[in-house]
Design a protein around this ligand. Structure first.
Ligand code: ADP
Ligand code: MG
Length: 396
């Protein structure tokens, strides 16, 4: 168990500078923040510190500038969105590696907020360089990590910095992610069901592998299921498959036995667009020139019945090409099944960027227990890996 911000309650934080690593790696469009969800997700931690009189120094990465100061990746563009989310002015620190930057953090008013330039402008960040971490540590008196989305990376402001700042605790967002993902997996209420889908098996193989040993059932949809069909010798037409992963799929089917459930019916189409000719069929009846775009309604019902019995559900990966209705039916149907299970008392967790977007589009984000903000980090937790950004924090 890791120490959290809540454990600092009652400690004299007034006037101390909190170095807070956040994940402000937000999508941009036309030089503005296109979606401020990640900014809003960090607000509880920031406001908690402000209310206790701390000076809050925020640091994040944005995109992949690869150790160079590239203007298109400057975090300065998010200052207005951050000021709106917090309701206070934010002091911009263009170069955190200067004596001036340290002075600016010390001169912030109590409860004041500063934002530091994209830490990935400096090669020391991604190298987890001790000296760079030590320099960043000069900007704070203690450390809070709320950047769950970056916790699977051992970088200077997520890992090495905790050598130089104490205490080093998890912010509220980080703590919530760990509570759901790590703790729910450690001792899940059963039946424990995992729903996996999305475009590819590769990238999620280790997750399937790790989950097979823990869950009671794995429901597989999306294009991922097509590689399993290929492995069984079915005609898959023009479906998205990974032929080089077919052997692996066979092994997983052998290992998983009855635990693995594949769709009983699929929606196939000539093209994956709304107006294309389409029909529902058995998975072994896909014809050349057709492709799988979604799970069928019989599968939605079957998967839904398994989900209804579950006490813990972890979902990663859409069931179909949910971006193109009506190929979103299966994904929406599964999202609704999760919402019903949640209402009945199950713990339901959604991980993965596209899955989170699909649940949000269905208007059901508030009706599941937890929607993870970190795609890669949540997958690594599901694999049972220790995240460097978590390991670096103080133990309880
Ligand atoms: P997540 O971001 O939730 O981890 P992925 O990135 O693995 O999910 O997969 C999401 C993508 O998978 C979506 O863009 C979706 O269109 C695609 N997808 C799902 N099913 C299919 C399918 N049958 N054929 C092609 N693409 C699919
Ligand atoms: Mg994705």
């Amino acid at each position: 168990m890791k120490r959290t911000l809540a454990s600092l309650e009652g400690q004299p934080l007034e006037g101390l500078r909190a170095f807070v690593r956040v994940d402000f790696n937000v999508p941009l469009a036309a030089g503005r923040v296109a979606d401020d969800a990640r900014i809003r997700a960090a607000v509880p931690t920031i406001q908690w510190l402000r209310r206790r009189g701390s000076r809050v120094v925020l640091s994040s990465h944005l995109g992949r500038p690869k150790g160079q100061a590239k203007p298109e990746f400057s975090l300065e563009v998010i200052v207005p969105a951050l000021e709106t989310a917090l309701g206070v002015p934010v002091t911009w620190i263009p170069n955190p590696c200067t004596a001036d930057a340290v002075q600016v953090t010390k001169r912030l008013p109590r409860g004041g907020v500063a934002l530091v330039e994209n830490v990935r402008f400096w090669p020391g960040e991604e190298a987890n360089d001790r000296e760079f971490a030590q320099q960043m540590a000069l900007l704070g008196d203690f450390y809070v990590n709320d950047a769950f989305g970056a916790a699977h990376r051992a970088h200077a402001t997520t890992a090495a910095i905790t050598e130089f700042l104490s205490p080093a605790v998890a912010g509220f967002l980080m703590a919530k992610e760990l509570q759901y993902l790590a703790e729910a997996l450690r001792d899940p209420a059963r039946p424990f069901v995992s729903v996996l889908g999305g475009a590819k098996i590769s990238g999620k193989i280790d997750v399937i592998d790790a989950l097979l040993g823990r869950v009671d059932r794995i429901l597989i949809g999306g294009a991922m299921a097509c590689t399993f069909y290929l492995a069984q010798g079915f005609e898959v037409g023009d479906s998205l498959v990974e032929p080089d992963k077919a052997d692996l799929a066979t092994q997983l089917l052998e290992r998983g036995g009855d635990k693995i459930m594949l769709p009983a019916d699929v929606v196939i189409a000539r093209e994956l667009n709304a107006s294309a000719q389409r029909r529902t069929t058995k998975p072994d009846r896909v014809e050349p020139g057709w492709r799988v775009g979604d799970i069928g309604s019989e599968t939605v019902e079957q998967f839904g019945n398994v989900i209804a019995e579950a006490r813990t559900v972890v979902w990663n990966g859409p069931m179909g090409v949910f971006e193109v209705p009506p190929f979103d039916n299966g994904t929406v149907g599964i999202a609704q099944a999760l919402a019903r299970a949640t209402a009945a008392g199950a713990t339901t967790i959604v991980g993965g960027g596209d899955s989170a977007a699909a649940v949000s589009r269905a208007g059901l984000s508030d009706q599941v227990s937890h929607v993870s903000t970190g795609g890669g980090a949540s997958l690594e937790l599901l694999e049972g890996k220790v995240l460097p950004g978590v390991a670096a924090l103080d133990d309880v």
